[in-house]
Design a protein around this ligand. Sequence first.
Ligand SMILES: *Cc1c(COP(=O)(O)O)cnc(C)c1O
Length: 361
Amino acid sequence: MLRRNCRTWLRSRVRSSLISTRSTPVYHAARLSEYAGGAQIYLKREDLNHTGAHKLNHCMGEALLARHMGKKKLIAETGAGQHGVALATAAACFGLECEIHMGEVDIVKEAPNVSRMKLLGASVVPVTFGLRTLKEAVDSAFQAYLADYRNSIYCIGSVVGPHPFPLMVRDFQHVVGVEAREQFREMTGTDPHAVCACVGGGSNAMGIFSGFLDTAARLYGVEPLGRGDGTGNHAATMSYGREGIIHGFKCYLLQDEEGNPAPVYSCASGLDYPGVGPEHSFLKDEGRVRYVTADDRQAMDAFHRLCRLEGIIPALESAHAVSYAIELARERRHDAILVNLSGRGDKDLDYVLEQYGAGDG
Ligand SMILES: *Cc1c(COP(=O)(O)O)cnc(C)c1O
């Protein structure tokens, strides 16, 4: 019921006005395909969204929903600040208050995003307990919401959390899958053989997968293997996790013996979450989606390839999906592979240059 309502409502609001202006192109990456030496690779260009990633899709949906429900204030957590900036943008667009909870450690690390949120009119609440990063920011934001739930709405950053958040965010990102399928058909006359997307919490992947679940396309969720296997070196939840509970929902979870969330790492800060959306956990068990990995080195290699071969600087998160697509292209020479390029890499430049230099000359 809720699911139908959410989608129907959004469609009625969005179909005519926003979709036409929202749509991002599907792009045939001819030179990358040639490099991969087999299949043809296509990119759904979510990196071209305002604020630089797919996140604005669900933030605009959340802000529209807030306005529809007569709420005055948006409350959310943020880790690296990307969700906070996208939500602050949506709040400014619709004239709503915005309160972003962020760990003190992240506030120092991600100073430019803190400035962006403030410029956009959001208040940033520093979280001073525990490890002072994303997990505590979620706890703090939940508390603030519970203290003011009549006036405010909680705007979660991915397809995670208690019902109905995973469903809402999936439906808000569904537009990516619908568009991509229509555009791909227009370009090639058929559906892709494979669809790849990176998986942190899982919103960009659920968005594009939900447009292809009823096709014959093979679906691949690409998780970050970071520095390799071993607790604390990666955030490959599906490959190494087991059933557990985090932030009010059940999913595959990287955890210690007592069931506490394990420490996680990836060069892509948007992917380092020890849990994953419950619907992804279901799709893994059903066997409908295959969950695979790319490590830091592979993601970094794909990052540089896309820069040099296509003139596109991708987010490090998205580079994980590109990396796997290149691998797949080599194996399945006659396939057409669609990648959700979830974001652009402006935010990652300092990190890449510091860690790896500007490439191989
Ligand atoms: C936040 C982010 C992700 C990870 O979030 P999902 O919910 O897994 O999509 C991926 N790519 C980019 C560019 C991001 O900013």
